[in-house]
Design a protein around this ligand. Sequence first.
Ligand SMILES: Nc1ncnc2c1ncn2[C@@H]1O[C@H](COP(=O)(O)OP(=O)(O)O)[C@@H](O)[C@H]1O
Ligand SMILES: [Mg+2]
Length: 188
Amino acid sequence: MATKISLKEEIMAYSIGLAGKGGTGKTTVAGLLIKYLVENGKVPVLAVDADANANLNEVLGLEVQETLGDAREEMKKGVATGMTKNIDLLLVVSDPSRRGIQAAARIMDLTKELPLNIKKKAFLVNQAKENQEPEIEKSAAAVGLELSGIIPEDPLIRDSDVSGKPTTQLTMNSKAVEKAFKIFEAIL
Ligand SMILES: Nc1ncnc2c1ncn2[C@@H]1O[C@H](COP(=O)(O)OP(=O)(O)O)[C@@H](O)[C@H]1O
Ligand SMILES: [Mg+2]
């Protein structure tokens, strides 16, 4: 079915960046976010994994044919550099630990010193164990971070990782997917 879209909609881009310590769940959250965007018709999505050890493709179940570096060479245009200066939304991801949350606060502070134009920032805690919410809320408040949401630790996510299945194949019976989607709905 063809839908007519206005020129404005056609050219409107929205960029989202993710930051946080290693292992907090940036790649996993990015995968869930891409799933959310695609399922809500917010397409096309250009997903860029700028990590030295890029593995977002595995979470998405895609094979990498060509890197953005290759594409950039071909286009001879500053796609990668131009893209990172203006960020509509920055998601900072942390694990539930007090030290992890302190690191997230430092990352938030650091972003103020970078030559970036970030319109909105949100802070998420991922991999929370049952009943950890009150502690997490306290830790966030202690470092002056407003918490946008908490994503639970979910054995289904770990299982997909262990068996090499794309995380994006998980459905709403995953508690983490359900919670992440609610958070995205609220902040996007
Ligand atoms: N909510 C969650 N529940 C269970 N395991 C998770 C969750 N989020 C991430 N993980 C697991 O934690 C590990 C690190 O996540 P990853 O997304 O690779 O972190 P990062 O990209 O920040 O280094 C992975 O093995 C991933 O499957
Ligand atoms: Mg990663």
